[in-house]
Design a protein around this ligand. Structure first.
Ligand code: SF4
Length: 735
């Protein structure tokens, strides 16, 4: 890599802004307009960069970076494009938007911007403002990563705060825990809450016992586990409910905590003991469902109830299954009835004062949502807009495009704009999404690389990386504030997301979108934030990059010293933790029951389909990617090969050895990929890491290893994405 020897090396600070959702500090070494090195900040308790962050320089200078606007010349998906000017690209986009608006109405336009990148100016607000000023569009609802957890928190606590507590408070809770149950969580790889492995290590040194419940013996289990409990995908709720059975039968529940802080324990107890349906949820009942031995469930229940403080670290991953919200609700019930919930810091920490100045880009209401009633499964803590029935669940765009109004969706969809997301690759049932996208009249993608999604576009607009533009991380609830300094000028003709929206706004004749530069916006935000938050001045912030900003005045809302929870602490109908949820009851849907309930998933091993496809597929994260980001980087590809993990028993019965090429298939598609034969996954389950780029041959067989070729385009009743509920078969096709 050529380096400008005439320029002195400077260090510029930023935070990594990738799809993992982390905020690790970066020290970027620059000579002239060239990044020469990226390193972690070395401060104590500061999130260290993972391999992806260290490799970001290769992403910036990747030879396949998109640096100019492109227009499709071949068939959709072929990846044949020609370079065009920004003017032609924006004219085309504006013309198509005006045409579709005039012919079909604004609701015919779908837009989705990934929620992963932790930035302000270039996030969903930039697009939302533009599209609402244009007369509206169909927006998505639901979080791809954690809708199951969000739904559970909404019906149990009336707030999303408990879910957020996983990243905000749990780290210190680990240090005071005697027992830590890591349920479906592999933080050594996923880095969710980047300091988690450090705190786990310190907890281990202090003597905490670790139990991992997971179909895989993960890297985190290899480092920390005293015990590994393999469990069948989609059966977590059954085991948690059977643990409640043991606790109730042995009278291990915390009666005082239940009495003071919860409602609905008696109804839950009646369900657990089988008083209404005649089926006691015993450990033997759960063993038949989950393959976890009854004795193991009994011991786990006793350990959790009797070793306080104990942490039940429930990952959002098992919630990405059919009825995954029931897993989260069952875990919440268990935390409450054992009283372990009282040791969680989020209960006793003062509420963070919301910053009155909204640092996000302000937007008019979306006209498409005006007058639309709320969805049936709306959660009260969400605003009217997010709850609107005019929206489409983020996982169901393909279904909505294919079925439209005739299939019960609010509109017929003719155009999609996808920003910051490899949507086609990352949502369920890729071949269905391909079919849906083929039907659209216009597709706009704003991207950095020619992903599977970009290949479907009519126009691709090149976006610069976060190191080539200004931004600020400014949470409304306080916490970490960070300046994302512009480290180098944008490569080629790439622009920031907000600059693209500004330019398109002018083409659309929207003169009030805003003409401030990104730098001026950052300055404006810092000035306004400083009225409410203790922040250094802009120059100091630029040098420091990353600060803990405290609201100038703290607001009440914390717990008294004795840690008693006030009787109306929760924004639920009762003001208490609702084991029996009134919000869920009002939804009046048997698939969203009022109490946490185990429901067998579709495509379980009892499904007749299991005769043809006897293996359960899970699609975990890989440490060399953040979702589909970074899959193309050679430095990171050296770290790990994309392969499907198969247990020795399943491999032997099919004559498969490690390294063999196998075909993984079901009715939705087929993937050819090397096999990794291992004891680190339970028999009957196979793991294909998500995020590999879809690369089909002329017969539609994917050679990239894209897991979502095999997953199903169906959401859980609460709205969760369900990629860990899929049956497949594998066969050896070569060596
Ligand atoms: S990709 Fe790695 S370095 Fe970047 S934020 Fe995530 S964990 Fe941190």
């Amino acid at each position: 890599m050529a380096v400008d020897a005439n320029h002195e090396e400077k260090i510029i600070r930023s935070i990594c802004s990738s799809h993992c959702g982390g905020t690790c500090e970066m020290k970027v070494h620059v000579r002239g307009n060239r990044i020469v090195r990226i390193e972690s900040d070395d401060g104590e308790y500061k999130p260290r960069l993972c391999a992806r962050g260290h490799a970001y320089r290769q992403r910036v200078y990747a030879p396949d970076r998109l640096l100019y606007p492109l227009k499709r010349t071949g068939v959709r998906g072929a990846g044949e494009f020609t370079r065009i000017s920004w003017d032609e690209a924006l004219e085309t986009v504006a013309g198509e938007m005006n045409r579709i608006k005039a012919r079909y109405g604004n609701a015919a336009m779908l837009h989705f911007c990934s929620m992963c990148d932790p930035h302000t100016l270039h996030h969903v607000g930039a697009f939302h403002r533009l599209l609402c000023q244009f007369g509206g569009y169909t927006a998505p609802w639901g979080f791809i990563s954690h809708e199951g957890a969000t739904f559970s928190a909404g019906v149990t606590y009336g707030t999303r705060r408990k879910f957020l507590s996983q990243s905000e408070h749990r780290l210190e809770e680990y240090l005071s825990s005697r027992l830590i149950i890591m349920w479906g969580w592999n933080p050594v790889t996923t880095e969710q809450g980047t300091l988690t492995p450090l705190f786990l290590a310190q907890s281990k040194e202090k003597g905490a016992r670790f139990i991992f419940v997971d179909p895989r013996y993960t890297d985190s289990a290899a480092v920390f586990a005293d015990q590994w409990i393999p469990i069948r995908p989609g059966t977590d709720g059954a085991v948690l409910i059977a643990m409640a059975y043991v606790i109730i039968q042995e009278n291990l529940q915390d009666r005082d905590f239940i009495e003071a802080n919860t409602i609905g324990f008696d109804q839950f107890k009646a369900y657990v003991l089988g008083l209404e349906d005649g089926a006691a949820k015993t450990p033997q009942w759960a063993e038949a469902i989950s393959s976890v031995p009854a004795a193991t469930i009994e011991n786990l229940a006793r350990a959790y109830a009797c070793n306080k403080p104990a942490t039940l670290a429930t990952s959002i991953s098992p919630g990405r299954t059919a009825y995954g919200e029931q897993y989260h609700r069952a875990a919440a019930a268990l935390e409450a009835i054992t009283g372990n919930l009282q040791f969680q810091n989020w209960l006793s920490a003062p509420k963070k004062k919301a910053v009155k100045f909204n640092p996000q880009l302000e937007s008019p209401p979306n006209p498409v949502e005006a007058g639309a009633p709320p969805r049936k499964n709306a959660l009260p803590f969400r605003g009217v807009s997010v709850n609107s029935s005019a929206r489409v669940n983020v996982s169901l765009f393909a279904d909505a495009i294919l079925k439209g109004k005739a299939g019960g969706y609010p509109h017929d969809y003719k155009m999609i704009w996808l920003s910051n997301t490899n949507y086609l690759n990352q949502l369920g049932e890729v071949n269905k999404t391909v079919k849906a996208f083929q039907q659209l009249e216009f597709i706009l993608v704003t991207e950095q690389f020619m992903t599977a999604t970009a290949k479907m576009a009519d126009i691709v607009l090149p976006v610069c990386t976060f190191l080539e533009r200004e931004d600020i991380l400014a949470p409304r609830g306080g916490g970490i504030y960070a300046l994302l300094n512009k480290v180098i000028e944008p490569l080629g003709e790439s622009k920031s997301q907000r600059q693209i929206c500004q330019a398109l706004a002018l083409k659309l004749g929207l003169t009030d979108y805003g003409d401030k530069t990104d730098g001026e916006m950052v300055e404006h935000i810092v000035t306004r934030l400083s009225e409410e938050v203790d922040l250094p001045d802009l120059d100091s912030l630029r040098k420091q990059g990353f600060v803990f900003g405290r609201p100038k005045k703290t607001e009440g809302g914390g717990q008294p010293e004795d840690k008693k929870i006030p009787p109306t602490a929760f924004p639920t109908p009762s003001g208490k933790i609702e084991i029996r949820s009134e919000i869920a009851a009002r939804i009046n849907d048997p698939l969203i029951p009022a109490i946490p309930t185990y429901m067998e998933t579709w495509e379980s091993l009892n499904d007749p389909l299991a005769v043809k496809y006897p293996l359960q597929l899970i699609t975990p994260h890989l440490k060399r990617r953040a979702h589909s980001q970074f899959d193309n980087l050679p430095w990171l590809r050296e770290l790990q090969t994309q392969a499907i993990s198969v247990n020795t028993v399943d491999a032997d019965s099919r004559g498969i050895r490690s390294g063999d090429l196998v075909r993984v298939f079901n009715d939705r598609g087929a993937v050819r990929i090397p096999a990794k034969v291992t004891e680190r996954i339970m028999p009957g389950v196979v793991a294909l890491p998500q995020g590999a780029w879809y690369s089909p041959d002329e017969n539609g067989i994917d050679y990239g290893g894209c897991a979502n070729v095999l997953t199903k385009n169906q959401i859980s009743p609460g709205g969760a994405f369900t990629p860990h509920t899929a049956l497949v078969q594998i066969e050896k096709v070569g060596q």
